[in-house]
Write a protein that binds this ligand. Structure first.
Ligand code: C2G
Length: 139
């Protein structure tokens, strides 16, 4: 109808996204399919230290890589565990999507948006890549 206002359905997801692999691409593609616009909050190097993760690529490089993916519309920094509710509000998010290794962990967001946990892609992980390359435990 004339005058109908089209509201973009906005999706958000979070992660480190180091050493990009098909598991990351699969979650980003499926997350984007829940709406029209995907925001990705990438863990900063400082937050990774809190998560006891050491990314091979810096935050800046991981941001450039994610911004080059056609499913990704906007990249923001993830600085802490506490920012998700504010991120949902600030970015007018309708759907929060994470891999199901996080199932249940972010259900508090159900007061603010839809919460979806999707099956992880089997057989691939950044840890596996490092281990297969004999880099396990090395920086
Ligand atoms: N993932 C996946 N399949 C894999 C590997 C990862 O679906 N084989 C998904 C994870 O479930 C997550 C996303 O890809 O939804 C990013 O994974 P990581 O970079 O490992 O992110 P993580 O360390 O889980 O950080 O606040 C939330 C945290 O920042 C999530």
């Amino acid at each position: 109808m004339i005058g109908d206002v089209f509201k973009m359905k906005k999706v958000i997801t979070y992660g480190t996204f180091d050493l990009l692999h098909v598991g990351h691409i699969n979650i980003l593609r499926r997350a984007r399919e829940y709406g029209d616009y995907l925001v990705v909050a990438i863990s900063t190097d400082e937050f990774n230290a809190i998560k006891n993760k050491k990314a091979y690529y810096s935050y800046e490089d991981r941001k450039v890589i994610l911004e080059a993916i056609k499913y990704v519309d906007k990249v923001i920094p993830e600085n802490n565990w506490e920012q998700k509710i504010q991120d949902v509000k600030d970015n007018d998010i309708d759907v929060f999507v994470m891999g199901d290794d996080w199932k249940g962990k972010f259900d508090f967001l159900k007061d603010y948006c839809e919460v979806v946990y999707l099956p992880r892609t089997e057989g691939i992980s950044t840890t596996k890549i490092k281990s297969d390359l004999g880099l396990k435990g090395k920086e």
